[in-house]
Design a protein around this ligand. Structure first.
Ligand SMILES: [Fe+2]
Length: 263
């Protein structure tokens, strides 16, 4: 039986209106799940219908990156994806001034144990902080206070867009540099993120595409020969995908300002 989040965001991309529904779902929820993609050629075919593929350091000429355990490669900073450890929810290519809009991930072989994909809605994290810890949220919005990557990009965890929306950008893999006073807000941010982590275990042939400017993604630690194919890119030109999310569009159930914000 499929996981609840997989089912609730599932779109049959083979159906005649599949792409249209996927675009609407992405704009609404920042996440679409699909299935029926079992090999590299099918991944490339589907990717070409969804996005304009970006070149990436680790990708092949077809834009596909094989995410698998490559032993000691994962010990290098920025290469943790090629190990077996847990990956904290993050933004892909956060060191770029403009990260790719979409991340597509397809499961070719799940791990023996663990290795579940997980996602976090930046809109939910933002809404929670706005309700419970507005002071910390202000720090996380302050421009030029966080460096993502090295030499990387100086920005903020939450960044307002020109049209009044907000985007999220995060990495916590050792290649981030938080300046004061943002530094103090990071433990709070971590705690809120963990509250909104949703597991998305994928079976062979299943995958997701998510809005990299709204959703964070990660994975659990695992054992065994796990293989995923990843493609980064921007939506095909026919799709209108508004940037990030509308602040305040998600209500936080039972929220009350608590001790988060007190010194
Ligand atoms: Fe990633």
């Amino acid at each position: 039986m499929d996981h609840e989040d997989f089912t609730s965001h599932y779109v049959s991309l083979a159906s005649s209106d599949g792409l249209e529904r996927a675009a609407a779902m992405l704009a609404r929820d920042g996440l679409v799940t699909f299935d029926g993609v079992h090999d590299r050629r099918s991944v490339v075919d589907l990717a070409s219908r969804l996005l304009t593929t970006w070149e990436h350091r680790d990708a092949g000429a077809d834009g596909v990156t094989m995410i698998a355990d490559r032993g000691s490669v994962a010990d290098r900073l920025g290469y943790a994806g090629f190990g077996t450890r847990e990956l904290h929810p993050h933004t892909d290519a956060s060191a770029l001034a403009r990260p790719p809009r979409l991340v597509m991930l397809v499961c070719i072989q799940p791990a023996e144990s663990g290795g579940e994909s997980c996602v976090v809605d930046g809109a939910a994290v933002y809404a929670d902080l706005a309700a419970r810890a507005p002071g910390f949220l202000q720090r996380l919005r302050r421009p030029g206070t966080v460096r993502f990557g090295d030499p990387g990009y100086w920005g903020s965890v939450f960044e307002p867009t020109v049209d009044g929306r907000v985007t999220v950008r995060l990495r916590l893999d050792g290649l981030e540099h938080f300046t004061e006073p943002v530094d103090e807000a990071v433990p709070v941010l971590r705690a809120v993120i963990s509250r909104y982590e949703r597991d998305l275990p994928l079976r062979p042939g299943q995958g997701y595409v998510l809005d990299n400017w709204r959703m964070l993604h990660g994975r659990r630690e695992f054992r065994g020969s796990r293989l995923m194919y990843r493609v980064l890119g921007d939506p095909v030109s026919a799709w209108v995908l508004p940037s990030g999310f509308v602040p305040g569009s998600l209500a936080v159930v039972g929220a009350s300002t608590d001790a988060w914000d007190r010194p």
